[in-house]
Design a protein around this ligand. Structure first.
Ligand code: AMP
Length: 275
């Protein structure tokens, strides 16, 4: 595995003529969710590039940028063990030369759901992902459905900008009790860890209700919110959307997906499930 820390080296890297290049952008502190994307990239591409970069522009002023978990040494061991070809580890100075003036904004979609409580978050995400793609020049980018709104926003960005990279969406990897794996789960105390289960449990309960014939989105959302609050989570939002385009739904159909964000203590957790 070759480590690349210079922007110039990344952009100048010459790939073999018809090699399909797969890219997995991450913020590090890798878990099995990230590693599942890497494996999918390896299965489907000739060369795999993973980036590790905690992107400051996607964190709000009161968010957890300074305490975001980091363990580069362990991340590199995990990627090396999987046989990743290249790992790209840029610095803030390289990615945001001062004054930094150019941003990518996927309007409308970025104001919804997570965008409401995290203003500017998706602008930061869209900008860094496009910048990374300009450097890595991958054919395919592997992303998790865990961040479902992010996935749809980035697909829209690439389509609107006629970018040739294609996103491959990968399923959510969960802990044994259902909690979606996340680098932020490390923040949870043992008591909070129990409360955190209520996100995936609620999604499963709502999915079962849909299977039993419930079709009214507002009613299902109300039940989900009550369930989360009763379990000690503090709801940021619960919505039912059309998986294809992020639009809110009134009636359930085969594209319905429940998205949720809730605070467990000070930790903001997100999850989603196709209903
Ligand atoms: P992050 O390091 O949190 O920015 O995530 C990097 C990539 O890993 C994103 O595409 C995420 O959607 C994906 N990811 C994070 N957690 C999971 C998970 N539990 N299952 C699948 N993919 C995930």
């Amino acid at each position: 595995m070759k480590q690349i820390t210079s922007l110039f080296d990344m952009q100048a890297l010459v790939y073999p003529a018809d090699a399909k290049v797969g890219f997995v952008p991450t913020m590090g502190y890798l878990h099995e969710g990230h590693l599942s994307l890497v494996e999918k990239a390896q299965d489907n591409c000739d060369l795999t590039v993973v980036s590790i970069y905690v992107n400051p522009s996607q964190f709000g002023a009161n968010e957890d940028l300074s305490r975001y978990p980091r363990n580069l040494e362990r991340d590199l061991e995990l990627l090396e063990a999987l046989g990743v070809d290249y790992v790209f580890i840029p610095s803030n100075e390289m990615m945001y030369p001062q004054p930094y003036l150019t941003w990518v904004e996927v309007s409308e979609y970025s104001e919804l759901y997570c965008g409401k409580s995290r203003p500017g978050h998706f602008r930061g995400v869209a900008t860094i992902v496009l910048k990374l793609l300009n450097l890595v020049r991958a054919h395919y980018m592997f992303m998790g459905e865990k961040d479902f709104q992010q996935l749809r926003i980035l697909q829209k960005m690439l389509a609107d900008l006629n970018h040739p990279c294609q996103i491959i969406a990968c399923p959510i990897v969960r802990e044994e009790d259902g909690l979606a794996k996340s680098s932020r789960n490390i923040y949870l105390s043992p008591e909070e860890r129990i409360v955190a289960r209520s996100l995936s449990e609620t999604l499963l309960q709502i999915k079962a209700m849909v299977a039993a014939g419930y079709k009214d989105a507002a009613q299902l959302i109300k039940i989900a919110v009550a369930n989360l609050e009763n379990n000690g989570a503090s709801v940021d939002y619960v919505e039912i959307i059309d998986s294809r385009n992020l639009n809110k739904q009134v009636q359930i159909n085969e594209h319905s997906r429940m998205l949720m964000a809730a605070y467990v203590g000070k930790t903001r957790l997100i999850d989603n499930m196709l209903l």
